[in-house]
Design a protein around this ligand. Structure first.
Ligand SMILES: NC(=O)c1ccc[n+]([C@@H]2O[C@H](COP(=O)([O-])OP(=O)(O)OC[C@H]3O[C@@H](n4cnc5c(N)ncnc54)[C@H](O)[C@@H]3O)[C@@H](O)[C@H]2O)c1
Length: 369
């Protein structure tokens, strides 16, 4: 048996722990009790996750003396909405949660972002705990304190920075994750590997089969390493003033593909991986990065069997979508580029260059079939 690894996160404003291990969910109550004297807690989750783990977690919280109000929303991005946040907030008020009480977010990134946002604004802010149940949430969204909801005008346009009190990542729960969700998480782990350095890229490529088979030891190591990297980044840059921008690697084009294709038609991980491939080409063309960088990245993504998308719409639509992303600064689209594994640079790319490079890339991709 492995022992749980607790990684401390210390941002300028708070400190908390991210614990990674198998079998953690059953110990939720006692672990939450160690960090909170709350009487009430709202257990926020989605319908799928509730059916799988709701009773286990609610029971564990009750055993530790919490009065639990369950707030269950439909699964999927559509629940990350302003109206839904209003309903969750009404639930918190109806359950009588006070300033010292807690929100416990059990689910993927949608639940973490939605419940975290509600915790950030309810009574001007109460504590919340993250119990991430997707690979993406365990390595990325549960850590760092970005919470929020989508608006009709775009994704994540309303939100708040609110750090959790504790994160418990139980790697056992990943066994039931649908394949596409698993692959989306793997793309984020691959992204982090490129930012972390050549050893991590090599490790991912070598363990690709074990990861595809979700072998527990490989999964745990991958989660620990990826979340460890995210913790390093957010500890140094809580509010995305600089270093945190590196985590956008692959996301500039990735988000645009998702948006133009219509959310839900291209899996997030497939879009991000494609964004990484295009970013490697930009790094080579704009920064003279060695061809080796794109080659090792391709080898890793191919070994992980992350599919390539067909391109939606036209190049102009993709460029417009990149502008709509809130990360465009002063009207110029910015790309995080990785000239070599372990180093990154964020560069503004003008529309003409971007459109020409994208056109070339799509032609090149179509030729390769
Ligand atoms: N806050 C951040 O820093 C941050 C970072 C990255 C992404 N995000 C956000 O995260 C969201 C995506 O999160 P996601 O990919 O986790 O999606 P998600 O929360 O929608 O979960 C994906 C699907 O998997 C199901 N599911 C969850 N855990 C399961 C399990 N263990 N077994 C079986 N099914 C399970 C869910 O019910 C859902 O249907 C997006 O809204 C994105 O904007 C936030």
């Amino acid at each position: 048996m492995s022992s749980p690894v607790g990684i401390p996160v210390s941002t300028g404003s708070v400190s908390y722990e991210v614990v990674v291990d198998s079998g953690l969910l059953a110990t939720t109550g006692e672990r939450v009790r160690q960090v909170s004297d709350a009487r009430y807690c709202a257990l926020a989750t989605d319908e799928n996750v509730h059916a799988l783990f709701g009773e286990l977690v609610a029971g564990s919280l009750r055993d530790a003396g919490f009065t639990v109000a369950e707030v269950v929303v439909p699964a999927g991005e559509r629940s990350k909405a302003w109206d839904r946040a209003g309903e969750v907030l009404e639930h918190l008020a109806k359950a009588g949660l006070e300033r010292t009480d807690l929100v416990v977010a059990l689910g993927g990134g949608v639940i973490g972002d939605l419940a975290g946002f509600c915790a950030a604004v309810y009574l001007r802010g109460i504590n919340y705990i993250q119990l991430p149940t997707t690979l993406l949430a365990q390595v990325d969204s549960s850590v760092g304190g970005k919470t929020g909801v989508d608006l009709k005008a775009g994704k994540n346009l309303a939100g708040s920075f609110k750090q959790p009190l504790l994160v418990l990542a139980d790697t056992d729960v990943l066994a039931t994750l649908p394949l596409l969700e698993w692959q989306s998480g793997l793309a984020e782990v691959a992204k982090v590997a490129m930012l972390a350095g050549p050893e991590q890229v090599e490790w991912m490529t070598r363990h690709a089969d074990a990861l595809a088979g979700r072998e527990p030891a490989a999964v745990r190591d991958a989660v620990l390493s990826a979340v460890g990297h995210k913790i390093d980044v957010v500890s140094q840059d809580e509010r995305e003033a600089g270093l945190r921008e590196s985590l956008n690697y692959g996301h500039t084009l990735g988000h645009a593909i998702e948006r133009v294709a219509g959310y839900g038609s291209v899996p997030h991980g497939v879009a991000v991986a494609e964004g990484m491939r295009f970013a490697a080409r930009l790094a080579s063309r704009l920064l003279g990065a060695p061809a080796e960088t794109g080659a090792v990245q391709d080898a890793m993504l191919d070994a992980l069997c992350i599919a390539r998308p067909s391109y939606p719409g036209d190049v102009d639509a993709l460029v417009r979508a990149m502008h709509a992303d809130k990360k465009a600064r002063s009207g110029t689209v910015r790309f995080t580029l990785v000239p070599e594994p372990g180093s990154y640079v964020a560069v503004p790319v003008g529309d003409d260059v971007l459109a020409a490079e994208l056109r070339g890339w799509i032609d090149h991709s179509n030729e390769r079939g």
